[in-house]
Design a binder for this molecule. Structure first.
Ligand code: ATP
Ligand code: ATP
Ligand code: MG
Ligand code: MG
Length: 228
C-alpha cells in the first residue's frame, strides 16, 4: 500500500492507543450473557463446578500463551489477568492486547468444552468481552483483586441463599424479597436456621474464587536430585 493512492486510509483513519508505560496492566474477561448461557447449558446452581474448572483451564492456558501474565483471579464467568508492569506485549497496543486475550480465551473455552462437559452439547457459541485497566502501583493492583474477591463473596453468599430458597419451594420473586436488605450475617443465619447449613463449610472455590499463577521451581535442587 506504500505510496499508493490508498495509503491515506491507513494513515488518517487508524488510531492506536498505547497503554501508559510503567503501569500494571489488568485484562478482565467476562462472559457475555452468561446468565442465559448457563441456563441453556443447564449449569448447576448456584455453582457449577465443571464450568469453574473450565474457566480455570482457560486461565492456565492464558499463562502459557502470555508469559508476562504474573497472576490471575477468577470468579463465575470472569477472569482478571495481571501483566507485569513493563510488558512489551504488542508494544502495549490496547486493541491488540484486548482482541488477542479475548479470542484466545474464547477459542480455548470451546476447544476444551467436551473435556469438562462430556455429556453436554455446546449449543451456543460462548463469547467473552475483555476490558483493560492500568494501575501505576502494586498496592492498587492488590486493592483491585481484593475488590473482585469481595464481590465474589457478596454474590456467592446471596446466590447460595437464593438457590436454597428456590430449591426448597419458594418462587424466585419471593426468594429475592426475603433476601432484600439483608446483611451478610443475616444470610449466614438464614442458611443455618432454615437449612442447617454452615456457609463457611462451602467449598473455598465457590466462596473465594480461584487464583492461577506460576509456581517457582528451584532448578538447582532439581539438578542435584537428578545427579544423586
Ligand atoms: P453480562 O453480559 O453483562 O456479563 P451476564 O449474564 O454474563 O451478563 P454476569 O453478571 O457476568 O451476567 O453474571 C454471570 C452469570 O452467569 C451469573 O449470574 C450466573 O448466573 C452464571 N454463571 C456463570 N458461571 C457459573 C457457574 N460456574 N455456575 C453457575 N452459574 C454460573
Ligand atoms: P500475524 O499473526 O502477524 O497475522 P500470520 O502468519 O497470520 O501472522 P498474515 O499476514 O495474517 O500472517 O497472513 C496469513 C497467512 O496465513 C498467509 O500468509 C497464509 O500463509 C496463511 N493462510 C491464511 N489463510 C489461508 C488459506 N485460506 N489458504 C492458505 N493459506 C492461508
Ligand atoms: Mg457476564
Ligand atoms: Mg460476570
Amino acid at each position: 500500500m506504500a505510496n499508493s493512492e490508498y495509503e491515506y486510509v491507513k494513515r488518517e483513519f487508524e488510531f492506536d492507543r498505547r497503554l501508559p508505560a510503567s503501569n500494571w496492566i489488568v485484562v478482565r474477561i467476562d462472559g457475555c450473557h452468561f446468565h442465559r448461557f448457563s441456563k441453556i447449558h443447564a449449569f448447576e446452581k448456584p455453582n457449577d463446578e465443571n464450568a469453574l474448572r473450565l474457566m480455570n483451564a482457560c486461565a492456565t492456558s492464558m499463562l502459557e500463551k502470555f508469559p508476562d501474565i504474573v497472576f490471575a483471579y477468577g470468579v463465575s464467568d470472569e477472569y482478571s489477568f495481571v501483566f507485569q508492569e513493563n510488558t512489551e506485549l504488542y508494544q502495549r497496543n490496547e486493541r491488540l492486547i484486548l482482541s488477542s486475550c479475548s479470542s484466545w480465551f474464547t477459542s480455548f473455552y470451546m476447544m476444551k468444552w467436551k473435556e469438562y462437559f462430556p455429556s453436554k452439547e455446546l449449543v451456543q457459541p460462548p463469547k467473552f468481552e475483555a476490558e483493560v485497566l492500568c494501575y501505576p502501583k502494586p498496592k492498587i493492583v492488590c486493592d483491585y483483586l481484593s475488590w473482585r474477591q469481595a464481590e465474589c463473596h457478596n454474590r456467592n453468599q446471596y446466590n447460595t441463599c437464593f438457590w436454597m430458597l428456590v430449591k426448597s419451594g419458594e418462587d424466585e420473586n419471593k426468594a429475592n424479597e426475603i433476601l432484600k436488605g439483608t446483611l451478610s450475617k443475616d444470610k449466614n443465619e438464614l442458611l443455618f436456621q432454615r437449612f442447617q447449613m454452615n456457609y463457611n463449610n462451602e467449598p473455598a472455590m465457590f466462596r473465594k474464587g480461584s487464583c492461577t499463577y506460576r509456581q517457582k521451581i528451584d532448578i538447582t535442587q532439581r539438578i542435584k536430585v537428578n545427579f544423586q
